[in-house]
Design a protein around this ligand. Structure first.
Ligand code: ZN
Ligand code: ZN
Length: 267
């Protein structure tokens, strides 16, 4: 499976989010939160160019997830998957009409050899979702969840992500660092902390610690705030989890670094 499926997190933070998933049948992006030039730079180590991408899956309309849609004006073949509300808002910022493919939130649908399930997440956007991507057949089946930008973890979300092999989960902020931050106005801090904001390190840790019978083999902690979180702090916070009988390895996505290649060969 590993040789046929590749996964690269090109970048993940409030500054931009995008991942590349390739299978024998397609090459897709999950979110497209970087402008064209930056996107092509981030794609370079993967050996692919934006022109070779078949589809983009959009979680919600915030610009750190969609600002690269503008670059698709030059690549009209790219299918853009989103629910109608997300597409409607994203479209208002575009001068062209991408090849929208609408899905119903909560539904399961296919694209080439991928099966995709969307699930609703609590976040201050029009109709924000997370995704589960399934690929391969039978025993070789690999499932991957992309779950960022949520204020808390409803039971439904926990159920959706429980069975995946690879989980990308938001661990956005450390509450003390957020409280001490001088740049963010009070109202913004309240929004981040709200039930429609972002997951704190504590909330992400709680989810990983308390989810029973999880199938996870690898967990990527992503969408870290550059100013209100710290990579080493997150590593330290989650270090003990691996020693508690959990089977999964944890990797922290550095918001300041360019992409990471997520080797799936060992899975
Ligand atoms: Zn975001
Ligand atoms: Zn967002």
């Amino acid at each position: 499976m590993g040789a046929e499926v590749t996964f690269h997190i090109l970048g993940s933070s409030s500054g931009g989010n995008c991942a590349l998933l390739t299978t024998p049948g397609c090459r897709v992006l999950i979110d497209i939160g970087f402008p064209a030039r930056r996107l092509n730079d981030l794609l370079k180590p993967t050996g692919l160019r934006l022109a070779e991408v078949d589809a983009v899956f959009i979680t919600h309309e915030h610009s750190d997830h969609t600002c690269g849609l503008a670059s698709l004006a030059r690549h009209p073949h790219v299918h853009v998957f989103a629910n109608r509300e997300t597409a409607r808002v994203a479209q208002t910022r575009l001068r062209f009409r991408p090849q929208w493919n609408f899905f119903e939130t909560g539904s399961t649908f296919s694209f080439r050899d991928l099966e995709i399930t969307s699930f609703s997440v609590p976040h201050d956007a029009s109709d924000p979702v997370g995704f589960v991507f399934s690929m391969g057949v039978a025993a070789e089946r690999l499932r991957l969840a992309w779950c960022t930008d949520l204020g808390y973890v409803p039971e439904l979300v926990r159920e959706r992500i429980r069975g995946v092999d690879v989980l990308v989960l938001e661990s956005n902020y450390d509450p003390d660092m957020l409280d001490r931050d001088h740049r963010r106005p009070w109202a913004l801090k309240q929004r981040i902390k709200s039930r429609h904001g972002h997951l704190s390190n504590h909330a992400a840790h709680e989810l990983l610690r308390t989810t029973e019978n999880a199938a996870w083999r690898r967990v990527y902690l992503a969408h870290l705030s550059r100013e209100c979180n710290d990579v080493q702090l997150v590593r330290d916070t989650f270090a003990a989890l691996g020693k508690n009988g959990h089977r999964f390895a944890i990797e922290v996505v550095d918001p300041a670094a360019a992409g990471i290649t997520c080797g799936l060969d060992a899975l």
